[in-house]
Design a protein around this ligand. Structure first.
Ligand SMILES: Cc1cc2nc3c(=O)[nH]c(=O)nc-3n(C[C@H](O)[C@H](O)[C@H](O)COP(=O)(O)OP(=O)(O)OC[C@H]3O[C@@H](n4cnc5c(N)ncnc54)[C@H](O)[C@@H]3O)c2cc1C
Length: 264
């Protein structure tokens, strides 16, 4: 179990950020489910829960999701369903249980760039941006590409407001285990976006495979070609959950299922 010597209930983001910078061992608290898995002794634990960062709001061009929003809120939110179909519910419903998902937060998950995340590929396929307190707004893709973890606070996620067809596919050895591989697809008009996660590395966009579909007159005709291609494009690896070659086979099969789902 983690521990900390001081607790700081922030009354503004400015205050939280300045407290974070005071000591390398100061940390931001999300839902603390992941922090509780470690044994680190921290200096000051900074709580954002008084900052009204638990929201899903419709803005002019974006849907904005506050950092302290829980997975359960994403799963059950009707605005997200209206724009993006069932993708949040499908991706998150098998993570442990309802109580757990009522606690874990969006900001902690995205800021930590977990390779095993089921949420990050969904946000990536939906072309999301992240808003950092100090670093401003940047695309989720460029944020994930940074190898260093910044000293910053993730404030919100911005998803472009486009009604699209979506699909989330994954394989788990058992319910509640981490995905062996996962895949999120978004189809807006005739443009396809594909994100692959649990490779087991951080989620990435399958840009060349997307090009195969997006340069074709008939998406369905390209499925077999893209299934052969995606395993070469996406760097995959082995870990305790599955071998690289197993992931290659799964990825091709999940791609076919996902594309067929967004075409229906
Ligand atoms: C047992 C277990 C099983 C899991 N299984 C899955 C799974 O199958 N699929 C899946 O997708 N996920 C899974 N997860 C991950 C989970 O869904 C969350 O992504 C994770 O717990 C982080 O959320 P949290 O709110 O608990 O973060 P915390 O534990 O509170 O924080 C995690 C890190 O994020 C930092 N942080 C928190 N908020 C912010 C912020 N706003 N800005 C900057 N930094 C911040 C913290 O300082 C800390 O370093 C699992 C987690 C656990 C513990």
């Amino acid at each position: 179990m983690f521990s900390f010597s001081k607790f700081f209930l922030a009354s503004s983001l400015e205050e939280a950020y300045s407290e974070l910078l005071k000591n390398k061992k100061n940390i931001i608290l999300g839902g603390t489910s992941y922090l509780r898995m470690g044994n680190t002794s921290w200096n000051t634990a900074i709580d954002l829960s008084n900052l009204n960062l638990n929201y899903i709001l419709e803005k002019e061009d974006f849907i904005s999701i506050g950092a302290m929003t829980t997975f359960r809120s994403l799963e059950t939110n009707s605005l997200l369903k209206d724009y993006f179909g069932e993708i949040f519910n499908t991706a998150l419903k098998d993570i442990i249980g309802v109580q757990f998902r009522t606690n874990v937060t969006v900001g902690a998950t995205v800021f930590s760039k977990y390779g095993f995340s089921d949420l990050i590929p969904v946000l990536l396929a939906l072309d999301s941006k992240v808003k950092l307190f100090n670093g401003g707004i940047l695309t989720l893709e460029s944020f994930l590409n940074e190898s260093d973890i910044r000293r910053d606070i993730l404030v919100e996620i911005l998803i472009p407001k486009k009604v699209c067809k979506t699909s989330f596919q994954c394989v788990r050895k058992s319910k509640t285990d981490y995905s062996i591989i996962n895949l999120a697809i978004c189809k807006f008009d005739n443009s396809i976006t594909i994100a692959v996660g649990s490779r087991p590395g951080k989620a990435i966009l399958a840009r060349k495979t997307m090009d195969i579909f997006n340069h074709s007159e008939n998406i369905e005709n390209e499925i077999i070609n893209a299934m052969k291609y995606i395993g070469n494009e996406i760097p995959l690896d082995s870990n305790m959950r599955g071998s690289k070659s197993y992931r290659e086979l799964l990825l091709a099969a999940l791609l076919r299922k996902g594309i067929q789902e967004v075409l229906n």
